[in-house]
Write a protein that binds this ligand. Structure first.
Ligand code: GUN
Length: 285
């Protein structure tokens, strides 16, 4: 079998066109959706991510501000910036890029963001809403994964989904979203003794570990759908995911590439969340 490619760039273009149309409609009513992105320090990967987020806003008619602070910024100063943005009527979404320098408590910062502006979906109120099935902002990466499944007509209902990775950003919310979509869930992680035993039973595998070749062809049931959240580099410097793409694409029925898979969808869902935050703000005027 040669797997169908789930093209995150093509799906992003479709969704972003809809975002741009709705953003223009809000702007015509005098309310341009606005995202504030805060970067602390000089982590090179974070700099690329935030630049891409800001550019995606600009390209789709959203207002964005990037606040870049030195790694020496105090926690108290960061908290007061977040509080000011909570009160700023031109800002509908606030994103503090992680990781933060070690002297800053990321949980404290995230809990200071108003849940109404928590477009990353990291606040405990957003996580709790997802847990109990209430409406709230969904973390962008797993939200993008759900859209990718939908785009190929893969309904998780009744399927067995295996999520590898248990982070608060991807693994845990991914499992909850699949559960809400009526899949049977297995969450695997670094202490799981026989990973292949679980993945071989999966109709859907989501890999979010951050290490190359975590999932190889022999670990995949023929016809499974494989979503690769990883972002790594090969020895010769090329971008690659967590999945052995060449091998697994011969066994799976559909697979996301890296680059051009989940990555662009993460930013797309950030735009969707920011737009929806602004639409809610417009309704409350
Ligand atoms: N660091 C890595 N991924 C993310 C993300 O989606 N949001 C934020 N704020 N930081 C990150």
């Amino acid at each position: 079998m040669t797997a169908r490619l789930i093209d995150g760039n093509a799906l992003s273009r479709q969704i972003r066109a809809d975002v741009a149309r709705r953003a223009a409609a809000l702007t015509a009513q005098g309310l341009t959706p606005g995202l504030a992105v805060i970067l602390v320090g000089d982590n090179p990967a974070s700099q690329v991510y935030v630049r891409n987020k800001v550019k995606a806003c600009q390209d789709n008619g959203l207002h964005s501000v990037l606040e870049h602070y030195p790694a020496t910024l105090s926690e108290a100063d960061l908290l007061s910036r977040v509080q000011a943005l909570n009160q700023d009527p031109t800002i509908h979404g606030i994103l503090v890029q992680l990781p933060l320098p070690p002297h800053i408590d990321a949980h404290k910062v995230i809990e200071t963001i108003s849940p109404l502006k928590d477009v990353d979906g990291f606040h405990v109120a957003s996580a709790g809403a997802l847990m109990v099935g209430q409406s709230g902002f969904k973390p962008c990466t797993p939200y993008g994964c759900m859209k990718m499944l939908e785009s190929i007509g893969c309904d998780p209902k009744g399927k067995h989904a295996v999520v590898i990775g248990r982070s608060n950003i991807v693994g845990k919310p991914m499992a909850l979203m699949l559960l809400q979509a009526h899949a049977t869930i297995t969450i695997c992680h670094s202490a799981t003794p026989d990973l292949a035993h679980h993945t071989r039973q999966a109709d859907i595998v989501v890999v979010a570990v951050g290490r190359r070749n975590v999932l190889t062809a022999d670990m995949v049931k023929p016809g499974a759908v494989v979503l690769d959240v990883g972002m790594n580099r090969t020895d010769d410097g090329k971008l690659c995911g967590d999945v052995d793409f060449d091998g697994v694409s011969k066994v799976a029925s559909a697979i996301t590439p890296v680059p051009g898979g989940v990555g662009p969808m993460t930013i797309t869902m950030l735009l969707v969340n920011t737009l929806e935050a602004a639409e809610r703000a417009a309704q409350m005027r």
